[in-house]
Design a protein. Structure first.
Length: 254
């Protein structure tokens, strides 16, 4: 396909999938339970963190996380008691266990208490072309608290050759304003033009079939390659094509 034909094809798929019906089968439904900025941020961050594996299980465990936080995530993060923290110990999603959950709550408290919140940390270190350095710096700040080394694997580092799919998805939710009721767009200090596609098996395979990606591994180099192509199609809102790539792969078996 010519670039104009490819853009037309993908724009059509964005229109098909970027709507409120998408929420019913996606982890983005977890932050949609809330209305306050901080609750949305924390619910989004935690549910994105466990967004790998079976989608139904991801959503089920996302709801379980919120229940364990008393369905008031920001209040829990800032005001929890030691007893309340102990209640998190039995949570498990694949390799993310109760100890990890407990550490993440403490890490989030550190971010809000000492660094003015999630948006402030990510916006402070944003680059001119993308947010990969911002993610790297966020991870360092998040784990300034006491923690087990194993927990660090649950936040990917794009400067360590990771595509950082889950945290890029979280950033899409927070930064991109789609006016369709899916992405929130509540972070105004970061431009959607800097966002990167949440690259996973589905979006990667579709991107290769469409000629948007040549690299075989889904790593940071592949993400940079895909970013470059998607920015050619829409420099102001490149990650809207995540809906097209993901929808083609998951719902259409493209």
């Amino acid at each position: 396909m010519k670039q104009s034909e490819l853009k037309s094809f993908l724009d059509e798929k964005v229109h098909l999938y970027n709507n409120r019906d998408f929420i019913d089968s996606d982890p983005v439904q977890i932050p949609h339970l809330f209305s306050s900025k901080e609750d949305i941020e924390i619910a989004g961050f935690l549910s994105a963190t466990i967004a790998w594996g079976n989608r139904k299980m991801i959503i089920q465990n996302g709801h379980k996380m919120m229940n364990l936080l008393g369905n008031s995530p920001y209040d829990f993060v800032m005001s929890h008691s030691d007893y309340q923290l102990e209640n998190l110990q039995n949570f498990v999603h694949r390799t993310f266990n109760g100890g990890d959950f407990l550490t993440f709550v403490k890490g989030l408290k550190h971010i809000y208490k000492n660094h003015e919140g999630l948006e402030a940390v990510f916006s402070k270190n944003q680059g001119k072309e993308n947010l990969q350095t911002s993610i790297h710096e966020f991870k360092k700040i998040f784990f300034e608290i006491e923690h087990e080394s194993r927990t660090q694997k649950h936040i990917s580092d794009p400067l360590n050759n990771s595509a950082a799919k889950r945290i890029n998805m979280f950033l899409r939710w927070m930064v991109r304003q789609d006016n369709k009721g899916v992405d929130f767009g509540i972070w105004k200090s970061i431009s959607p033009a800097l966002l990167s596609c949440p690259l996973d098996v589905h979006s990667g395979n579709v991107a290769r079939k469409l000629g948007l990606l040549n690299r075989k591994q889904n790593d940071s180099k592949a993400l940079a390659e895909l970013d470059l192509e998607l920015r050619k199609l829409d420099p102001d809102d490149p990650v809207k094509y995540d809906f097209a790539l993901f929808g083609l792969g998951v719902f259409e078996g493209f």
